[in-house]
Design a protein around this ligand. Structure first.
Ligand code: ITT
Length: 190
């Protein structure tokens, strides 16, 4: 089975490829010569994930999946949430992380979670698969691996950030690993 992954984020592509192994074949947007910046205007991860697959279905009629994800911080009322990629107004992750740390200041309540919702369009049917991981936001960056907000997030039960873990370690516990695991289980039944 071949599915197009509706993402422009090379880190997501790499993580999902590593997680699925040979369970199914992933084609990137590059593989189908699509350079489009797919619109994301929804208010929930579900809506945005569906917009990504709807776009490919409408334009190319392809079976595909999309990942919409982000970081929800309790003390910021769930922000950055669906605005995670552009929280500071740009995709500059230095600025996005600075803004989170500045807004949190030295508040003791630092609980947060990463969430991923995967939208799958296959055989004329729409499905969603979710994953989340609880943790906390630390006061300064640690680690250089991973991407996005990984340097400031420590998952519960660990003493290192996602950015201090190997890719294999992050990919065994992450929100994305959980959602992709559910996707792969579902695809096995097809
Ligand atoms: P596509 O829409 O093209 O897939 P994107 O980067 O715009 O790529 P999202 O709209 O889903 O993706 O935004 C998610 C943002 O949340 C992402 O840019 C990161 O800043 C952050 N994020 C998502 N998953 C993450 C992870 O595993 N580790 C750290 N940050 C993550």
């Amino acid at each position: 089975l071949e599915l197009v992954f509706a993402t422009n984020n090379a880190h997501k592509l790499e993580e999902v490829q590593a997680i699925v192994g040979n369970a199914f074949i992933i084609k990137s947007l590059n593989d189908i010569d699509c350079n489009d910046d797919i619109p994301e205007t929804g208010e929930t991860f579900e809506e945005n994930a569906k917009q990504k697959t709807d776009y490919l279905v409408d334009k190319y009629g392809l079976y595909c999946f999309g990942d919409d994800s982000g970081l929800e911080i309790d003390a910021l009322n769930g922000e950055p949430g669906v605005y995670s990629a552009r929280y500071s107004g740009s995709r500059d992750m230095e600025k996005n992380i600075d803004l989170v740390l500045q807004k949190l200041g030295n508040t003791p309540n630092r609980t947060a979670r990463f969430k991923t919702v995967i939208s799958l369009y296959l055989n004329e049917q729409q499905h969603f698969f979710e994953g989340s991981i609880e943790g906390e936001i630390i006061e300064e960056r640690k680690g250089i691996d991973g991407f996005g907000y990984d340097p400031i997030f420590i998952p519960n039960g660990y003493d290192r950030t996602f950015a201090e873990m190997t890719a294999a370690e992050k990919n065994s516990i992450s929100h994305r690993a959980i959602a992709v695991g559910k996707l792969a289980e579902y695809l096995k039944t097809k």
